[in-house]
Design a protein around this ligand. Structure first.
Ligand SMILES: Nc1ncnc2c1ncn2[C@@H]1O[C@H](COP(=O)(O)OP(=O)(O)O)[C@@H](O)[C@H]1O
Ligand SMILES: [Mg+2]
Length: 258
């Protein structure tokens, strides 16, 4: 990268302490994410991964430090990100397109007809043509996640934070969704941060994995994945990736006290 280029995301000396807790769960964390990259964040359950996302999207206030999205302080002007939590959180009383159009409704300035058209186009793009008038309950788990992703895309943000979006899906749906997500990422040129505790998922998706080193979180260790894009699952059989997978599992197990 040339020295003057703006990063998709920068954390500088970020700290956070939950009220009532005696320590900073995120402690002086710095991180720089380049535009167009795909990083999975892996770490033991409860180590503070989701907390990092809540700090980036402004759901939690920083105790110290600064966050910039596309060079702009987070939460101001264009300093916004698209956020997709583990549960799809589609409102059951709205049609699928009305759910997908929510970011446009919140941002304002768009007629209902335009919102509907853009939502239908985003759904089609996500592989759900003709689903806009259905209710969320009529969709399968994988389809609901695609709809939630289409909604995240309509935030218009270049930075997407996806928090364990596939963890509730069965194995075969999950691996199809991983391939689908990589194709969406390549087509739309977004920057994606993706939390998972599934090491194989992290290796398949990431340009490099960001591993939580410790609790409190003081650093994320960047581990490049030696496989080119576009990828298919056969790369997971590569001896280099198999070895990396075992190293990551050993690293995560060190953090877990059974
Ligand atoms: N609202 C809260 N108040 C106090 N502690 C919390 C709160 N939310 C989460 N925590 C604690 O912070 C830690 C990190 O939570 P979280 O970021 O959700 O972990 P992860 O996503 O890595 O599983 C957990 O140990 C959890 O108990
Ligand atoms: Mg979490």
């Amino acid at each position: 990268m040339d020295a003057g280029a703006v990063s998709a995301l920068e954390l500088e000396g970020v700290s956070y302490q939950y009220p009532g807790e005696a320590f900073d769960i995120v402690d002086n964390l710095s991180l720089r994410v380049e535009k167009g990259s795909f990083h999975c964040i892996v770490g033991a359950s409860g180590c503070g991964k989701s907390t990092i996302f809540r700090l980036i999207n402004g759901l939690l206030p920083l105790k110290a430090g600064a966050i910039r999205i596309g060079g702009v302080p987070a939460g101001t002007g264009k300093g916004a990100c698209g956020y997709m939590p583990q549960k799809d959180l589609l409102f059951p009383w709205r049609t699928v397109w009305e759910n997908v159009a929510l970011p446009l409704e919140i941002q304002g300035g768009c007629s209902k007809r335009e919102r509907r058209e853009r939502a239908q186009a985003a759904l089609e793009d996500a592989g759900l043509p003709g689903c806009g008038d259905k209710m969320p309950q009529e969709l399968s788990g994988g389809m609901r996640q695609r709809a939630a992703f289409a909604r995240t895309m309509l935030t218009g943000s270049d930075l997407l934070l996806l928090d364990e979006p596939f963890s509730a899906l069965d194995f075969l749906t999950r691996i199809s969704m991983q391939e689908w997500l990589l194709s969406q990422w390549q087509r739309h040129q977004k920057t994606i941060l993706f939390i998972t505790h599934d090491v194989e998922e992290a290796l398949f998706l990431s340009s490099s994995v960001l591993a939580v080193e410790s609790t409190p979180i003081r650093a994320l260790r960047e581990i490049p994945v030696p496989a080119a894009f576009p990828r298919d699952r056969s790369c997971l059989k590569d001896p280099e990736l198999v070895e990396l997978k075992e190293r990551l599992i050993a690293h995560l197990r060190k953090q877990v006290t059974p």
